[in-house]
Design a protein around this ligand. Sequence first.
Ligand code: HEM
Length: 447
Amino acid sequence: MAERFVPVHPPRTARPAAAWKGLVNEHSRNSVAGWSDAAFTEWHVRRNILGIIVHIPRHPDAIERVLLTNAANYEKPRLVKKVIAPLIGRGLVSSDGELWRTQRKIVAPSFAPGAVAKLTGLIAKAAERSVAGWPASGRIDVARTATDTTMRIIAEALFSGDPRLTTSQAADHIEAALIAAGQVRLFAVLGLTWLKLGHVARAGERGRRFLRATLTTIVRERGTEGGDDFIGGVIRNLHTRFPAEEATMLAVDNAATFYVAGHETTANALAWSAYLMAGAPQVQERARAEAVAALSGDPETLPERLPYLRQILDEALRLYPPAPRFEREAMADDELHGVPIRKGELISVWPWLLHRHRGLWEDADAFDPDRFAAGREGERHRFQYIPFGGGPRVCVGARFATVEALVILAHWLASRRFALAEGFAVEPLGSVTLRPKDGLMLDVSPL
Ligand code: HEM
């Protein structure tokens, strides 16, 4: 390891809080805050939260059973589906069974290796554009830059660059909708759907309406043939399988699903990677040397020439998993690593806890890209590192996100040096995604 950098994480309490306190303390506003030390050493917790049983398994064998070996028994919880339906309907993320399978088959070819490799040129252009907006030296909000860039890319890659999806107004609306969805979801999981959330909910509702209305217009304008891009293919395929109105609804659901799932997550991965490199200058220099050399070759194969940057990205996704938690509901009784599970109980899968578990990782909170050096895969369980989930519901956009992050980071590294901004406190905020609260300021300087 070059130098030891322990990046920021919320303070941990000495003892676990009572379940009800989680409804009112810091944890209710920030899902990665308010955890006790024990949360990072114990293997399974079963909590009764107002009559709902929630399991938080941390043993990789238990996670493997939920996501892979007995995946059919663990569906997306009905409560969660109900709450996110107004935003993403019955699209790929929020469906199960036959409907999920059909939709996954329709979209999968667009995310195959060959299809993603063709996007590197478009991604590189967006990356160059982001750098062009920075001062030669000074302070930048890398989280803002990252969101603007990934939003442009998703709009270009999946919706042929529809200008209605790339405005700063659109970015603000999505952010508001996601923050509100995160909070409402938490309350819903706890059975508190009646709770009102004040201005957060109102801004979220405005964002949700904007997104649904804009995407409905875009989908309807395309007709049943769809057009020659990702969303066009989805529309065309859905129309061959479903009645017209249902096909249109599902097309809008998937447009919203991919627009929302496809850029905030990657934006966070970029911001956290830049922050980690700012805190570890030797790592940054090594990654820069690799990036500068790699950028001179064939753009389509650029990601393959960035093995060290890939290690840094993997480590960033470990320390700050952009999807810090996701849920399942047991369809029938089961057992998870010796713990009985009853039908209807909820399983909360927490990359945030797994990725920093002291029984699974050495020096778990420290930034060490060497953990992911080639040849070390055998040192870890496949299901102790799950930034993209696992099993049949693994993130369909994982390759897209990885290629996108590597290409953008390579361009950033080749144009500026990054340093931590003195006086600016970085704070991880857990909602649907794990983002830096109040942005992520870094100081940039010329090479
Ligand atoms: C670093 C970036 C990303 C991270 C960390 C991430 C993380 C995840 C995780 C953890 C899941 C599984 C959730 C569960 O099992 O409940 C998931 C599913 C999904 N992701 Fe991603 N994602 C990222 C980028 C993307 C991108 C770029 C797209 C699309 C362009 C995308 C689209 C989806 C979709 C549609 C699903 C649902 C798949 C299914 O249920 O079949 N994600 N993602």
